[in-house]
Design a protein around this ligand. Structure first.
Ligand SMILES: Cc1ncc(COP(=O)(O)O)c(C=O)c1O
Length: 344
């Protein structure tokens, strides 16, 4: 497994702008939709969605994965044509992911002509595993513990010495790619949003988006949204220092994309840019999911419902803001499980 560093270590707005140019032809400029139902249920003058559920591979993750793959390809192209370089094994990619990042890396690697190996917990949703395989990934299963993920990744890395590890969120190229969503959201709303809500897991999405939108409009308020059963970001903010584990050791939520914990890098970035962290219960997530299906006719996954739940569940925190944007981060959900996930 290669440990070559990213092109740029600190994520800046310039880094995000370069990522936007790099990935433009590989990703969709997803639509922004106003939800009159949600607007009507709140005291805001506008509630709108950035629809990354309609993004290629069904989530925003394709942005970061494509930027990371393209950066690595650029980096290789710049390297000297030494004998050592010529003897290097062919470029491949490796990651661990319970779903969306794995699909995205598989797709990004394939569209640049490379292979991705994805280590997946054996509890990951079938829809995400099928999609990874469809995009040509070599899927390797592990048990759903961090220790087993890391051990399996090491083994796959040793078996494929050309593989470059692309972390799902603790990687500046990935964070910069996710931040491109923030630039688009501001352009598509004429810089008029007063607040943005972004679901948070490891924090790659929220830190990239917050960096982008705060640069374009410093007075905008950015809120992270997370399930009560995986509230590490909330507790880190309360304590002023990053917490390293979930309550009782294990995260508990149907929002399977939000079960990871911030890294030092993402927590540092979030500390400098977030206005607050909004927590929602499992019932509120299920209810938000029901509402979006019934009223907005959008296929969303539970992690995306977390942002919608927050706008309904946290009116006090959001009261000062007229125009609120919500990042609908993904739509990869097992169709057969929707009726058991979404509840009135
Ligand atoms: C749909 C969806 N939303 C949000 C997230 C959280 O992203 P991050 O880990 O960058 O906070 C993920 C991560 O897998 C996801 O799949």
């Amino acid at each position: 497994m290669s440990s070559i560093g990213p092109l740029e270590d600190d994520v800046t707005f310039a880094h995000i702008e370069r990522a936007a140019r790099r990935i433009a032809k590989h990703v969709h400029r997803t639509p922004v939709l106003e939800s009159s139902s949600l607007t009507g249920l709140t005291h805001h003058t506008l509630v709108c969605f950035k629809c990354e559920n309609l993004q290629k591979t069904g989530s925003f993750k394709i942005r970061g994965a494509t930027n990371a793959v393209a950066c690595e390809v650029e980096r290789r192209a710049k390297e000297t044509d030494s004998e050592e370089e010529r003897r290097r094994p062919p470029l491949q990619f490796l990651t661990h992911s319970s779903g969306n990042h794995g699909q995205a890396l598989a797709f990004a690697a394939k569209s640049h002509g490379y292979v991705a190996h994805v280590v997946v917990p054996d509890t990951a949703p079938g829809v995400k595993i099928r999609a990874m395989e469809h995009y040509g990934a070599n899927v390797v299963f592990c048990r759903p513990t961090l220790a087993d993920r890391m051990r399996t990744c090491d083994e796959v890395g040793q078996a494929h010495p050309g593989a470059v590890f692309v972390h799902p969120f603790d990687n500046p190229d990935v964070i910069a790619g996710q931040g491109t969503l923030g630039i688009e959201f501001m352009e598509q709303t004429n810089n008029e949003l007063d607040a943005i809500i972004v679901p948070v897991g490891g924090g790659g999405l929220a830190s990239g988006v917050a960096m982008a939108v705060k640069h374009l409009k410093p007075e905008i308020a950015v809120f992270a949204a997370e399930p009560e059963g995986a509230d590490d970001t909330y507790r880190s903010f309360q304590q002023g220092a990053r917490v390293l584990s979930h309550r009782e050791g294990l995260p508990k939520s149907i929002a399977d994309g939000l079960l990871t914990i911030n890294s030092d890098r993402t927590f540092r970035m979030l500390k400098g840019t977030l206005h607050g962290v909004l927590r929602v219960s499992e019932d509120q997530i299920r209810h938000a999911m029901y509402l979006v299906y019934e009223r907005c006719k959008l296929v969303i996954e539970p992690s995306a419902a977390v942002g919608v739940a927050a706008v309904l569940a946290c009116p006090e925190a959001l009261a000062p803001y007229k125009r609120v944007g919500i990042v609908i981060c993904g739509g990869n959900v097992d169709i057969s499980s929707i009726s058991s996930l979404a509840k009135l």
